[in-house]
Design a protein around this ligand. Structure first.
Ligand SMILES: *Cc1c(COP(=O)(O)O)cnc(C)c1O
Length: 386
């Protein structure tokens, strides 16, 4: 073996010793509440398909109709010849949905975050990020070349202290709903601080879209924050919407800038048009079927009540993400494996995804769960004596 690969084997061994080794499970059914994992039937509490739309018959039918009409591949980037009428219509519908002037589709949320932050910032600018922000935001901040500072989680005093006026641009970035904690950023206060400091505010609402707000338009709708309050909104389509892709919403000037300068937009193939058509149908379901949001709230409430009675360590969340804090990685993995042997898929989340000593079981709900699924999970947690 070449020397470099011997080093890699050593590194892998170290990751194993720290109980941080990751491996993939093979799913042989559609995404949903009941899935088959490595040949075993389980109840799924790990998916981000919060509204249960990933395998919805109407979404599937739209996808199939669109592949009959448009085929599979989009053929090129949006700026060459890949931008179809389906993409265009979805952008317009998402702009109306989010109450923003315009929307730009990206192929993934990771790429949207890289594209936005590195298009807006460079050397001489500064970016402030909540320390629990999603990895794609942190990576984007580093890639941009701007001065990069993290502030303590949801800590406005710390952020206020750290922001110094500079010649260049200042951007504050936060998750709307934090992906591994389920809590919400203090957006009204962040927006006021951003205005005071003459900074832009960007919110990544991957986990709030579809789930929060009257018509599912997310954490900004819930907090009644307009485009003036939060000029840059990023949303993903692979979670609550149940499809794939992402978008950025904001002013005409913002979107035009991204079309010119966001490298992860310019230099990549457009989503298949069929994904855009499937998402247009998802969007209708998101808006019209508010029972899905209500169901999520009642499932989370039922779980929190029961988990509290078992003395489990919950986090302050009223979203579809309800983590149980464990602490040690090894213990989190053991509990996750014990749950799996009882037929429940609950992933252990370990560093570096969460801070050291902060390993947890990330329980997520779907609108397709039934109350008895929650009760069964609570029974299993009780039996394992977490
Ligand atoms: C999942 C996620 C992303 C990345 O979105 P993808 O479409 O999966 O690439 C970005 N930000 C947050 C907060 C996320 O949870």
């Amino acid at each position: 073996m070449a020397k470099g690969f011997i080093d890699l084997a050593g590194e892998l061994q170290e990751i194993k010793q720290q109980n941080l080794y990751r491996s993939r499970r093979v799913i042989s059914t559609p995404q949903g509440v009941e899935i088959t994992v490595d040949g075993q039937a389980v109840i799924n509490f790990s998916s981000n398909d919060y509204l249960g739309l990933a395998n919805h018959p109407d979404v599937i039918a739209s996808f199939k109709r669109a592949t009959d009409k448009f085929g599979v591949g989009s053929g090129s980037a949006h700026l060459i010849c890949g931008h179809s009428a389906s993409h265009h219509a979805l952008e317009e519908e998402l702009a109306e949905f989010t109450g923003r002037d315009r929307v730009l589709l990206f192929s993934t949320g990771y790429m949207a975050n890289l594209g936005v932050i590195s298009a807006l910032l460079g050397r001489g600018d500064q970016v402030f990020q909540d320390r629990l922000n999603h990895a794609s935001l942190l990576d984007a901040g580093l890639l941009s070349g701007a001065r990069f500072k993290r502030y303590f989680h949801n800590d406005l005093l710390d952020l206020n202290k750290k922001i110094k006026p500079i010649e260049g641009r200042t951007l504050i970035v936060t998750d709307g709903v934090f992906s591994m904690d389920g809590d919400v950023a203090p957006l009204t206060e962040l927006s006021a601080l951003a205005k005071e400091k003459n900074a832009w505010l960007m919110v990544d609402d991957a986990h709030g879209l579809g789930v929060l707000g009257e018509s599912g338009a997310g954490v900004l709708q819930k907090n009644r924050l307009t485009q003036q309050d939060v000029p840059i909104l990023m949303g993903t389509l692979g979670k609550g919407f149940g499809t794939f892709g992402a978008f950025v919403a904001g002013s005409d000037v913002l979107i035009e800038t991204l079309i010119q300068k966001a490298r992860s937009y310019v230099f990549t193939t457009a989503l298949p048009a069929a994904v855009a058509e499937a998402t247009r149908t998802s969007l209708k379901l998101v808006i019209e079927e508010s029972w899905r949001r209500e169901k999520l709230r009642s499932l989370a409430k039922r779980f929190r009540l029961g988990a509290g009675q078992l003395g489990l360590s919950l986090m302050s969340s009223d979203s579809a993400i309800q983590p149980i804090l464990i602490g040690e990685s090894q213990r989190a993995v053991e509990i996750s494996e014990a749950l799996l042997s009882k037929g429940f898929l609950v992933t252990a989340i370990r560093p570096p995804t969460v801070p050291k000593g902060g390993a947890r079981l990330r329980v997520t709900f779907s609108a397709n769960h039934q109350p008895q699924h929650v009760d069964q999970l609570l029974d299993a947690l009780d039996n394992i004596s977490v």
